[in-house]
Design a protein around this ligand. Structure first.
Ligand code: G6P
Length: 611
C-alpha cells in the first residue's frame, strides 16, 4: 500500500520528498520516514502517525544533502511504529531502503540472514532487502540491488541509497507501481505521478523485474540479471492543480464536484453528438471476438465491484450476453470455469488492486480475453490486460471512491452500446438515443451539485447525523446504488450501513426497522418505482425514517417520506450514474459533520496492493 518518493538533484531532498509524500498520503498514513545522504553520512528521521508528525520532527532535526528517499506507510508486516517505519537499514546504517509491497519469502530470507549473524531491528519484510543489498555490496549499489532481488519473491517497488554513493539512486519494481521522473539535472522516483507533477512531466513507467540506476543527468535500466532494457519517456498531461484541493475542504468533496466534467471526459472522443457509434479502440477486441463472445465475467473490488454490477445489468439488458459478476478476491480462489469465448472485464480505479490482478492472471491462463476498465494509465491492470477503456477521471485522492465510480459506470454504458451494436441486437436509432441519454448525464449531475441544500440540511439533522446505523434500499438498476450509497456512508462516517435489494427487505432487514433507523430508498422513476413505493410504505408502517431519492416533480412521494433528495428525470438504465451523486454528498456531509477524517478514513487505504 505505502507510498515512496526519492530525489537526486540540487533542491533540498527533504522538501521534494515531503511534498511528494503529502501527495501520496492516500496510499498509507500510519507512519513515515525520510533518509538523506549528505556530507559523507546517511541520516534519517522517522515518525509514527501522519506526515505532519514527520514534518514537525524534521524541523527539529533537519537533513541536508542531494540524495534522499522517503516513505509513507500502511502497515502489512509489523504494527505501525517508529521502528517498523521506513526507510530500513543495513547493520552499519549505510544503505537505506524504502519499499511498497510484500516480500513473500521474507521469513526464509530473514532466517538465512540471521544464521549469518545479521540482527534485525524491525518486524518488517522490508528490512531483509537492506541486509541483502549489504550482503552483495562490493562498491556498486546498482549491482548489489540487482543481485539481492534475485533472492526475493513477492511484490515490491523500492528505492535504495547508499552513504558511499552520494550520486546514485537505485529503484526497482515487481508488482507494485513505480515511476521515474526526469528533470533538468535532477531526477525523482515515486509510487504515483501526483508526487512529482510539480517538478516534471517526463516520466518512465518502470515495469516488473526492472531495476533503474538514476543519477542527476541520466539513468540506466536493466532487468535483475543485468540485461539492458529500453523504456520510452512518456509525457504526463495531468494538470498539477488536479492534485490539490482547489479550495474544497477535502479531496472527496472536490472529486464529487468534478463529476460532470469527469463524465464528459470519459465520453470524450468515444461518442459524438448525433452519432450512433461508440469508438473504443484501446479495448483491443476484434469485431469477431465481440460477435463470438458467449460470456462476460466482471471482476473487481469495493466500489469498482458496484460499478461492475451496474455493468452487468446494462450488458445483459441491452447486449444480451450472459454476465457473471464476482468479487476478485472470491474469483481467484474458487477455481472458476472459463468457457471458450469468454471476455473478462476487470474494473479498477488504481489498476493496482492485488486481487483484481490475480483474477486477471487466472482468467488469462484459462483462455479469456481481458479488457479492463481502469483509471490509472500504465497501471498493472492496464498492462496485464489485452485491452483497456481508460476512465479519464484524473487522479482520485480521497480514499472513498466517487468520480471513479461514476466514470466506471459510464465506461460500462459505452461498452454496452458498442457490444450491442456489433452483435446486431441494437439498431442505429436505439444506439443514437442511448448515446444522447449518456451525453445528458453531465448536466443532470451539475443540477444536483447546484441544488444541495436539502442534502446539507439532512446531513446536519441529528436523526441522520447521529444515527447508529442506516439501511439503503434499491431495485434493479439501482440495487448497486443502494450498495454503493451504504458503502460511502459506512466508510467515511463510521455509521453502520447496509445496502439491500429492496425485494429482500422482508427476508431480514425489516426486523431492524425502528423509529431510529434511517432507511434511504432509491425510488427514481422507472420500471420498479411502484414496487419501491410499496417497500417505503412498509417501512413507514413500522416507523422507520424514510429518506427517498426521487425524480424531480414527484410530489406524491413526499407524504411517504421524512425527507426527499431530488434528481433530474433520467433514462432509468443510466440513473445509477446520477443517483450516486446525492448519496455521495450525503455521506460526505454526515461524515464531515461528525468530525471524521473524510479523505483518510480509519483503517482504509486508497490502493489495496496486498490481499
Ligand atoms: C479500496 C478503495 C476503494 C476501491 C477499492 C478497489 O478499498 O478504498 O475505494 O473501490 O479499493 O480499488 P480499485 O483501485 O481496484 O478500484
Amino acid at each position: 500500500m505505502c507510498g515512496i518518493v526519492g530525489y537526486i538533484g540540487d533542491k533540498s531532498p527533504v522538501e521534494v520528498i515531503m511534498a511528494g509524500l503529502h501527495r501520496l498520503e492516500y496510499r498509507g498514513y500510519d507512519s513515515a520516514g525520510v533518509a538523506v545522504v549528505g556530507a559523507g553520512k546517511l541520516d534519517c528521521v522517522k515518525s509514527l502517525g501522519k506526515l505532519k508528525e514527520l514534518d514537525r520532527k524534521l524541523e527539529e532535526h533537519p537533513l541536508h544533502g542531494n540524495l534522499g528517499i522517503g516513505h509513507t506507510r500502511w502497515a502489512t508486516h509489523g504494527a505501525p511504529s517508529e521502528v517498523n517505519s521506513h526507510p530500513h537499514f543495513d547493520k552499519a546504517k549505510e544503505i537505506a531502503v524504502v519499499h511498497n509491497g510484500i516480500i513473500e519469502n521474507y521469513q526464509e530470507l530473514r532466517a538465512a540472514l540471521q544464521a549469518e549473524g545479521v540482527q534485525f531491528r524491525s518486524q518488517t519484510d522490508t528490512e531483509t532487502i537492506a541486509h541483502l543489498v549489504r550482503k552483495y555490496y562490493q562498491g556498486d549499489l546498482f549491482a548489489a540491488v540487482k543481485r539481492a532481488l534475485q533472492d526475493v519473491e513477492g511484490a515490491y517497488a523500492i528505492g535504495v541509497i547508499c552513504k558511499d554513493e552520494p550520486e546514485v539512486l537505485v529503484a526497482a519494481r515487481h508488482g507494485s507501481p513505480l515511476i521515474v521522473g526526469l528533470g533538468e539535472n535532477e531526477a525523482f522516483i515515486a509510487s504515483d505521478v501526483p508526487a512529482i507533477m510539480k517538478y516534471t512531466r517526463k516520466v518512465l513507467y518502470i515495469d516488473n523485474g526492472q531495476v533503474c540506476r538514476i543519477t542527476r543527468d541520466g539513468y540506466k535500466i536493466e532487468d535483475i540479471h543485468g540485461n539492458p532494457v529500453q523504456l520510452e519517456v512518456k509525457t504526463v498531461d495531468w494538470d498539477d492543480a488536479a492534485a490539490e484541493k482547489e479550495g474544497y475542504p477535502h479531496f472527496m468533496l472536490k472529486e464529487i464536484h468534478q463529476q460532470a466534467n469527469v463524465i464528459r471526459n470519459t465520453l470524450r472522443g468515444r461518442v459524438h453528438e448525433g452519432s450512433d457509434e461508440v469508438n473504443l479502440p484501446d479495448m483491443n477486441i476484434s469485431v469477431e471476438e465481440l460477435k463470438g463472445c458467449e460470456k462476460i465475467v466482471i471482476v473487481a473490488c469495493g466500489t469498482a465491484w458496484h460499478a461492475g454490477m451496474v455493468g452487468k445489468y446494462l450488458i445483459e439488458k441491452f447486449a444480451k450476453v450472459p454476465v457473471e459478476l464476482d468479487l476478485a478476491s472470491e474469483y481467484r480462489y474458487r477455481d472458476p470455469i472459463v468457457p471458450p469465448h469468454t471476455i473478462m472485464i476487470p474494473v479498477s480505479q488504481s489498476g493496482e488492486t492485488a486481487d483484481t490482478l490475480e483474477a486477471i492472471r487466472i482468467a488469462k491462463t484459462r483462455g479469456a480475453k481481458v479488457a479492463s476498465i481502469v483509471n490509472v494509465v500504465g497501471s498493472s491492470v492496464a498492462r496485464e490486460s489485452h485491452g483497456v477503456i481508460y476512465q479519464h477521471a484524473g487522479p482520485e485522492i480521497g480514499v472513498a471512491s466517487t468520480k471513479a465510480y461514476t466514470s466506471q459506470c459510464t465506461a460500462f454504458a459505452l461498452f454496452t452500446i458498442w457490444l450491442a451494436e456489433v452483435r446486431g441486437v441494437m439498431g442505429k436509432a436505439q444506439a443514437r438515443e442511448m448515446i444522447a441519454h449518456l451525453r445528458e448525464i453531465p448536466e443532470k449531475i451539475q443540477w444536483i451539485l447546484d441544488n444541495q441544500e436539502d442534502i446539507k440540511r439532512c446531513a446536519a439533522d441529528p436523526k441522520y447525523r447521529d444515527a447508529q446505523s442506516a439501511l439503503y434500499l434499491g431495485r434493479g438498476y439501482n440495487f448497486p446504488s443502494a450498495l454503493e450509497g451504504a458503502l460511502k456512508l459506512k466508510e467515511i462516517s463510521y455509521i453502520h450501513a447496509e445496502g439491500y435489494a429492496a425485494g429482500e427487505m422482508k427476508h431480514g432487514p425489516i426486523a431492524l426497522v425502528t423509529n431510529e433507523l434511517p432507511v434511504v430508498c432509491v425510488a427514481v422513476n422507472g420500471d420498479t418505482y411502484d414496487k419501491m413505493v410499496s417497500n417505503i410504505q412498509e417501512i413507514r408502517a413500522r416507523s422507520g425514517i424514510v429518506l427517498s431519492v426521487a425524480t424531480v416533480g414527484n410530489e406524491a412521494i413526499r407524504p411517504h417520506s421524512e425527507d426527499v433528495f431530488y434528481v433530474p428525470e433520467c433514462f432509468e438504465p443510466f440513473s445509477p450514474i446520477v443517483v450516486a451523486v446525492p448519496l455521495q454528498l450525503f455521506a460526505y456531509y454526515v461524515a464531515a459533520n461528525r468530525g471524521c477524517d473524510v479523505d483518510q478514513p480509519r483503517n482504509l487505504a486508497k490502493s489495496v496492493t496486498v490481499e
